[in-house]
Write a protein that binds this ligand. Structure first.
Ligand SMILES: Nc1ncnc2c1ncn2[C@@H]1O[C@H](COP(=O)(O)OP(=O)(O)OP(=O)(O)O)[C@@H](O)[C@H]1O
Ligand SMILES: [Mg+2]
Length: 492
């Protein structure tokens, strides 16, 4: 069994006040199908970089086979027939290997990169979030493909996906790492139970410490009273005065002292236990969204609309009405034109003419006059520079913007950082935070939950569900769609 041995590993980025890994010692069997999980910004991608020897660290990492990373900038050299075989296994059209990368849909690109990853001989695949851009069938196909392989590490925020294709799980928690021989969901359930019992114990300890503190207070009052009785004139009665002999004074003081020591020790023990609890409890944060209300009750109405890119039809026969306060999910397979339609609806010239190709539409198109639109696109690379400047450029309230980001776990120092030094989930969250700061009549969100961790997904779901904003969105997260959408609009 080829093992990766990690001993006393510590690492934190320069300029950051936080250690991402602090004295970690673990062994990983390279034949495992290993899930690597943890909240946004905990260090999953950094862990891959450490395994690949790209970062200076203390401690040792030995036994790492040659690795290839997904997603990769360039496709590695592989024999054609092997790539073709892998594509077939994934149920993908093998001819995509002959098409230029930038003409492939996100899902097709993912499948092609995975095929190259597994077509290589003797390499250890490190796969960083392959599920974004994959539609439901695509996710299913890739999950069963990975389930048939062995020996890789897979990062994903999609629980169901991880469970389908992994047998071991490494979780980066708040206080360290945990390695288990189960699926992520089993770890999650056990962890929830553990947190619950730690919470119960914590409350019990709080109560007990309260009683001890009350007893300590009483004791202290006694002591000071006793002290004042030394001046007999202060004693409340003649009897008390007469009782106040030196011997009595001495024994009473001793008893009080030992009682107080005992109480202090008991309290300290409980405090120690209390401090060992809830180290990994993830605090839930509450986000807010304030939409505005346009006087038009149907801000968007499309009748028999055709969307074109450079004059070529992308989608046709679109009949879509978005009523005020409605949340509509746009659905359809990869490449059917969901993002193209959303970009068209923004009316933003820059988005409609991105990358030198232009989006147009024909048919009966009604977009309410003066409609205030807030857009979240898929591509996080549009973010450039320091976070505060980005917020400024968008005309966002900086206080509100930073409050939202701090709730997401950003430190104040990160707000002055360049976006390049953020994790993928953090970048996506910046895009969401900008949108949450905008009072819009309609929110157009294109795959808002890509790269976002499970805790934050749940919070965003609650937020959208409980608000009366109008929203048109594309999202492959089944739970989110089911809980949030008033209506689903099928494409294609
Ligand atoms: N080059 C860098 N310089 C400084 N800090 C960085 C740099 N790259 C990443 N970080 C910070 O280190 C932390 C871990 O980042 P990493 O990308 O490893 O997280 P992750 O677990 O992969 O998150 P996600 O799920 O969002 O992809 C984050 O807080 C991030 O902001
Ligand atoms: Mg990452």
């Amino acid at each position: 069994m080829p093992m990766i041995n990690i001993k006393d590993l510590s690492f934190g980025y320069d300029g950051s006040d936080k250690m991402l890994f602090d004295d970690i010692t673990i062994s990983l069997d390279t034949t495992w199908k290993l899930a690597l999980a943890g909240r946004n910004g905990r260090g999953k991608t950094t862990f891959f970089k450490l395994l690949r020897g790209e970062l200076d660290h203390s401690g040792t990492i030995t036994g790492v086979p040659p690795t290839v990373l997904f997603p990769m900038d360039e496709l590695p050299d592989c024999e054609e027939w092997k790539v073709r075989k892998e594509l077939n296994l994934m149920g993908a059209d093998p001819d995509i290997m002959w098409r230029p990368m930038d003409t492939l849909s996100g899902g097709e690109r993912t499948k092609l990169m995975l095929a190259y990853l597994f077509a290589g001989d003797g390499i250890y695949p490190l796969i960083d979030e392959p599920t974004n851009h994959l539609d439901r069938q695509g996710r299913e196909a890739v999950a069963s493909y990975l389930a048939s392989k062995e020996g890789f590490i897979l990062i994903s925020h999609d629980r169901a996906f991880l469970d389908r294709c992994t047998d071991h799980t490494l979780v980066i928690t708040k206080s360290g790492v945990e390695l288990v021989g189960t699926t992520f969901s089993t770890w999650w359930e056990n962890n929830e139970q553990r947190q619950e019992s730690e919470l119960a114990r914590n409350n019990q300890l709080k109560k007990e410490m309260g009683s001890i503190e009350a007893a300590m207070k009483k004791n202290a009052q006694w002591s000071s009273k006793a002290e004042s009785y030394k001046n007999r004139a202060n004693a409340p009665s003649k009897v008390a005065q007469n009782h106040w002999t030196r011997a009595y004074e001495g024994s009473k003081a001793k008893k009080l002292m030992s009682l107080s020591k005992n109480l202090e020790q008991r309290n300290e023990k409980k405090l120690e236990e209390k401090q060992s609890l809830l180290k990994d409890l993830e605090r839930e944060q509450t986000l807010k969204i304030f939409g505005s209300t346009h006087h038009d009750k149907t801000p968007i109405m499309l009748k028999d609309v055709t969307v074109l890119r450079d004059g070529e039809v992308v989608a046709s026969g679109i009949n879509l009405t978005v009523g005020q306060g409605q949340k509509i999910s746009l659905q359809g397979t990869n490449g059917c034109g969901k993002s193209t339609l959303i970009k068209f609806l923004t009316g933003d010239e820059a988005l409609m003419n991105e990358g030198g190709s232009s989006i147009t539409a024909t048919g009966d198109i009604h977009i309410a006059k003066g409609l205030k639109i807030s857009y979240v696109g898929q591509d996080t690379s549009v973010l450039k520079g320091c976070l505060y400047d980005i917020a400024d450029d968008r005309g966002c309230d900086k206080t509100q913007f930073s409050t939202i980001l701090v709730k997401m776990g950003f430190t104040k120092e990160m707000l002055y950082r360049d976006v390049d030094a953020l994790s993928l989930g953090q970048k996506k969250f910046v895009m969401l935070a900008l949108s949450l700061c905008e009072r819009a009549d309609i929110y157009l969100w294109d795959e808002p939950l890509n790269y976002i961790d499970v805790y934050m997904r749940k919070e965003i779901e609650r937020l959208v569900k409980s608000s009366d904003v109008t929203m048109l969105f594309v999202e492959h997260d089944k739970a989110f769609v089911e809980n949030v959408a008033d209506e689903c609009f099928e494409f294609g």
